[in-house]
Ligand binder design. Structure first.
Ligand code: IPE
Ligand code: IPE
Ligand code: MG
Length: 268
């Protein structure tokens, strides 16, 4: 059985947080509107959105982000017109075929979260091969959420836990459940970004966003460039992450942090 790293649960322990978010989770929204504005078919926006994914990965690595989780297809997106769904599936296959070796060369670990049972066997095989190929890369983790839903994730985690440890049925805690979440390979996101102007979670990481800083921008996903990412990170840097405590309680910790920073500067 693989060893599952255990990450802090923000409702049980206070996680460490730095100037740069360690984990960014993004709802990449607005592809259709981007295309519509240009009198192009919606799918042209999805195609363009793939380029933005490349830009975002590069920019995150350059800024020292360690985990990037991208919502590519929700469990509710099957409700879209059949031809749009088919196009998105083909785009996913192309991405798997063309990008995996490049991700590996760049030391990126590739993961997919979501209910893969609804995908063609060819896609599932490509995903599993890609995950196996990149499993030992530790520089950066890219997670694609495909046919993902936060409610599905919680349900499947409960089922897995009950199946593997039936004795927990009457008494289990967050840690017992957390290791069965699809995103158990990453800490909880520090920063959540939704492009495209909507202010909702749309069934993304319902459990993991408990204490994540939320950032909503009107920028449509195909227009979300490195500068737009910097604006999101700047907004994050202005937040006071209290995790339930008062602002006053944070002061000693912050001044200790400030002293450490000053000491680093003095020694530099
Ligand atoms: C997000 O863009 C991509 C997916 C959901 C696959 P949309 O396709 O939702 O774009 P809008 O929201 O219609 O503009
Ligand atoms: C959320 O976007 C899902 C993805 C970006 C993959 P949607 O465009 O599907 O969300 P709603 O329907 O506007 O909430
Ligand atoms: Mg949308």
């Amino acid at each position: 059985m693989p060893v599952i790293p255990s990450f802090t649960s923000s409702t049980r322990e206070i996680p460490e947080s730095g100037i740069i978010p360690r984990h960014i989770a993004i709802i990449m929204d607005g592809n259709g509107r981007w295309a519509k504005k240009r009198f192009m078919p919606r799918v042209a926006g999805h195609k363009r959105g793939v380029e933005t994914v490349r830009t975002a990965i590069k920019a995150c690595i350059e800024r020292g982000v360690e985990y990037l989780t991208l919502f590519a297809f929700s469990s509710e997106n099957w409700r879209r017109p059949t031809d749009e769904v088919a196009f998105l599936m083909q785009l996913f296959i192309n991405m798997l075929e063309q990008e995996l070796s490049k991700l590996h060369e760049n030391g990126i670990r590739f993961k997919v979260i979501g209910d893969l049972s609804k995908f063609e066997p060819k896609i599932v095989e490509c995903v599993r091969n890609g995950e196996a190929l990149t499993a030992d890369n530790s520089r950066f983790t890219l997670t694609i959420a495909a046919n993902y839903g936060g409610r599905w994730d919680i349900m499947q985690a409960v089922r897995k836990m009950m199946d593997q440890c039936p004795q927990l049925a009457t008494c289990f805690d967050e840690k017992d459940l957390m290791q069965h979440f699809a995103l158990n390979h990453a800490p909880e996101p520090d920063l959540f970004i939704r492009t495209g102007g909507e202010k909702r979670i749309s069934n993304f990481l319902l459990w993991q966003l408990a204490y994540t800083e939320l950032y909503f921008t009107d920028t449509l996903w195909p227009d979300f460039d490195a500068r737009a990412l910097d604006l999101a990170i700047q907004s994050y840097q202005q937040r006071e992450r209290r995790f339930g405590r008062t602002s006053e309680q944070l002061q000693p910790a912050q001044s200790a942090h400030g002293e450490r920073e000053a000491a680093v500067k003095r020694t530099a």
